[in-house]
Write a protein that binds this ligand. Structure first.
Ligand code: NAP
Length: 252
């Protein structure tokens, strides 16, 4: 046992699920949240015999009171949360002609406001204690605008800015704030994509990269590296070069 208590949201599938298993194998006690109770229960059973353990805390991150109650219950049952990975999220690709304010609000409510609903009770505990570690899972899709990504990209860009701002503010309280920006990782979320995904990464490899990143000092944890660096270069381009280039690449 490592003595760490880790809380992962969005752990019933994909990246969150793989990360929970990776950390429990390493000896962490992992509290897992998502809406699907059965998904979390199966996950907990899979960890039987691991050095650490997995504990289900079903939760809808769009409900602020439930988020606060969950943080209290985890602390009461397992001890203070040492690391919180705010990973729950969704994707809804949209063409401009189908843009709908209600769908936009729904996605922002999960990806962005949901992150805030989890941050609120975490910070209320961590700031007075002057310790803690939070990782926000955004995406390289938040670096710049991409086709069909108006809802998702906006939520991820906002998460990146949120993490940067909090990083600066939390420094003085001794709280570690990290930002995770994955490229394409094979999960149920990307299984819906009907276009070629460059450098698509296996989910267990992604979980491994995150686990290693949490032990390190870098603010940003991003993978696959080559894809992320390519997108970082695109981020530097002026609009007059960015739009024709990305338009041409993504139409291919
Ligand atoms: N896969 C990629 O290529 C990729 C790339 C960049 C960033 N990301 C980010 O990584 C995170 C995980 O994505 P993934 O690919 O692992 O997707 P996924 O397999 O679809 O998993 C999403 C998780 O979020 C949970 N979730 C969704 N809405 C929720 C809500 N309202 N309350 C609580 N939990 C909720 C889902 O569980 P329930 O449905 O049971 O609630 C599920 O456990 C997301 O933030 C995503 O934007 C993924």
């Amino acid at each position: 046992m490592t003595g760490r208590v880790v809380w992962i949201t969005g752990a019933s599938s994909g990246i969150g699920r793989a990360l929970a298993l990776t950390l429990a194998k390493r000896g962490d006690r992992v509290a897992v949240s998502a809406r699907s109770e059965t998904g979390l229960q199966h996950l907990a059973e899979e960890a039987a015999g691991f050095a650490g353990s997995i504990h289900p805390y079903p939760l809808d991150i769009t409900q602020p009171e439930t988020c606060a109650d969950t943080v209290d219950r985890i602390a009461g049952d397992l001890g203070d949360i040492t690391l919180a990975v705010l990973n729950a999220g969704t994707h809804h690709p949209v063409e401009a002609h189908a843009f709908a304010a209600s769908d936009f609000a729904k996605l922002i409510n999960i990806n962005l406001i949901g992150t805030g609903n989890c941050l609120d009770p975490l910070l209320k505990r961590m700031i007075p204690a002057q310790k803690g570690h939070i990782a926000i899972v955004a995406s390289v899709a938040g670096y710049r605008g991409l086709p069909t990504s108006a809802y998702y990209g906006a939520s991820k860009a906002a998460q990146i800015n949120l993490a940067e701002s909090l990083k600066l503010d939390l420094y003085r309280y001794g709280i570690k704030l990290q930002l995770v920006n994955p490229g394409f990782v094979k999960t149920p979320l990307t299984d819906k994509n009907d276009f070629p995904m460059p450098f698509l990464m296996d989910v267990d490899e992604a979980a491994e990269r995150m686990a290693r990143g949490f032990d390190g000092r870098s603010f940003e944890i991003t993978f696959p590296r080559r894809f992320a660096y390519l997108l970082k270069l695109l981020r530097l381009l002026p609009y007059r070069l960015y739009f024709p280039l990305v338009g041409r690449i993504t139409r291919a």
